[in-house]
Write a protein that binds this ligand. Structure first.
Ligand code: NDP
Length: 293
């Protein structure tokens, strides 16, 4: 199958690498050097415009920061280059309303659409074990499923266009809530005389545990490693999408409102490149403690 792939960032690159194992890939990236290095590593063809990436492709993937960037690339030539009966699969964690609008436009030209945001981080992308939540029409999903299976382990069709993006935003809101809750909880405990490692030993063998307490805080904070794999700026965007969705549905969601404010503050204080778990650094600074193992 001929596949176009746009966006070789932290998560796009390892996903695209899995696709090169079974398919011919044309890749485009805004910073062209990244597409060139990917091509020399994998044998994919690097191209210089989104239009070229889509030429003759049966499936085109986008993996960009958010839906406005997807719209920008579509308007810049991608949309015109998509052929009837092809499918655009958007791996971006994007905005449900924008996805519905793109899906409607494409469907007028018999082009399929799936919103297909992923969960599992760069480690899951490297291992090819991502969870993929799909919004779109069932026949389009069935057609593309074998390609998704090259990098996904749990692939669930969750509803019509936009549903995948809605679920992803709410899912990431839950991660954000846990990051802030553990930042507050563990710094409070450290000041009260309970070491973070001891606190987590208990929490992780009791019912307050989460992926953040079991994996992210021990591996990234207690170890002092602070790796950068998923930018806090992107989590800020995700929670704002969840909050806006609740607002547009007329749901009162004080947790989403507050966590969104906290993330916007953390984003401003820590900058564009900070990892999402680094929000805990702010709790450490305010409490005057360091959460180390
Ligand atoms: P990165 O910031 O690492 O990469 C972003 C990519 O988008 C780069 O290829 C970048 O190009 C490109 N890009 C940025 N702005 C534009 C633009 N205006 N026009 C065209 N291309 C642009 O992000 P990630 O790869 O981490 O994330 C991509 C998506 O996947 C996001 O929606 C994110 O929320 C989601 N995601 C990320 C996960 C992770 O662990 N990292 C996990 C799950 C989902 P350039 O190289 O030129 O900067």
């Amino acid at each position: 199958m001929r596949i176009g792939f746009l966006g070789l960032g932290a998560i796009g690159r390892p996903i695209a690498r899995h696709l090169t194992r079974s398919h011919q890939l044309r890749v485009w990236n805004r910073t062209a050097a990244k597409a060139a290095s990917f091509a020399s590593e994998t044998g994919a063809e690097a191209v210089t415009t989104p239009r070229e990436a889509a030429r003759d492709a049966e499936v085109v993937f986008t993996c960009l920061p958010n839906s406005p960037e997807v719209e920008e690339v579509l308007a810049g030539g991608l949309e015109a280059a998509l052929a009837p009966e092809s499918t655009l699969v958007d791996l971006t964690s994007g905005i449900p309303e924008t996805s519905r609008s793109i899906a409607n436009r494409l469907s007028d030209r018999r082009i399929g659409w799936l919103d297909a945001p992923v969960s599992g981080g760069t480690a899951g992308a490297d291992a090819g074990t991502l969870t993929i939540m799909i919004g779109g029409e069932a026949p389009v999903f069935s057609r593309v499923l074998p390609v998704l299976e090259l990098f996904g382990k749990r692939i669930v069709h969750v509803g019509p266009a936009g549903a995948g993006h809605a679920l992803k935003a709410v899912h990431n809101m839950l991660i954000a809530v846990n990051v802030f809750a553990l930042g507050e909880g563990l710094t409070t405990l450290a000041r009260a005389g309970v070491a973070p490692k001891t606190a987590l030993e208990v929490i992780n063998n009791a019912n307050g545990r989460s992926f953040v307490s079991e994996r992210l805080v021990p591996e990234r904070v207690l170890s002092g490693a602070w790796p950068r794999t998923f930018r806090l700026a992107l989590l800020d965007k995700d929670v704002a999408i969840a909050r806006d969705l609740a607002r547009s549905e007329g749901i009162e969601a004080p947790m989403m409102e507050r966590v969104s404010e906290l993330l916007a503050q953390a984003h401003q204080e820590l900058g564009e490149e900070a990892d999402h778990v680094e929000a805990i650094r702010l709790h450490e600074r305010r409490a005057g403690v360091e959460l180390r193992g």
